[in-house]
Design a protein around this ligand. Structure first.
Ligand code: 8DG
Length: 133
């Protein structure tokens, strides 16, 4: 039986700067390629979600962040994965699609609902919108 203790967390980062939210376009797997997400990835065994998010954003986008508060909610992804999201403040670097993405963009509160997000990210995008003014 699978329960919350055996599920692997996928951390997504809501990076907000100057009233805009960072979106990244996935390149794989093919079912998700071309859709936009909050960048992040799987938490490794023994790793905290915050450390995982810091590591993933460095690897994938070449930036250093400080992880802030967790956004409410969690979304079951299937295959033993559960998606959670944290706010993250950009400390250093300009996000570039180094790995797993082919584009990044900053979206404002008006554009956010019209972006072709992965459906499972939409609740977190709505939460993050409260931080965009
Ligand atoms: N990073 C990220 N993954 C998401 C989001 N929404 C969503 O359904 N996913 C899914 C896509 C993948 O199946 C899974 C995360 O896998 P990943 O491929 O980004 O993680 P990773 O970099 O650690 O990959 P790997 O070690 O398996 O190569 O979660 C999201 O907002 N961000």
């Amino acid at each position: 039986m699978e329960d919350s203790r055996t599920k692997r967390i996928v951390v997504a980062g809501a990076v907000v700067r100057d009233g805009k939210l960072l979106a990244a376009r996935r390149t794989s797997p093919s079912a998700l390629a071309g859709r936009w997400e909050l960048p992040g990835g799987k938490v490794d065994p023994g790793e905290s979600p915050q450390a995982a998010l810091t590591r993933e954003l460095h690897e994938e986008l070449g930036v250093d962040v400080t992880v802030g508060e967790r956004l409410p909610g969690e979304v079951e992804l299937g295959q033993g994965l559960v998606l959670c999201a944290w706010l993250a403040r950009l400390e250093r670097g300009e996000p570039r699609p180094l790995q797993d993405h082919d584009q990044v963009r900053w979206v404002d509160v008006r554009e956010a609902p019209n972006v072709d997000w992965l459906e499972q990210d939409r609740p977190f995008v709505a939460q993050a919108a409260r931080y965009l003014d």
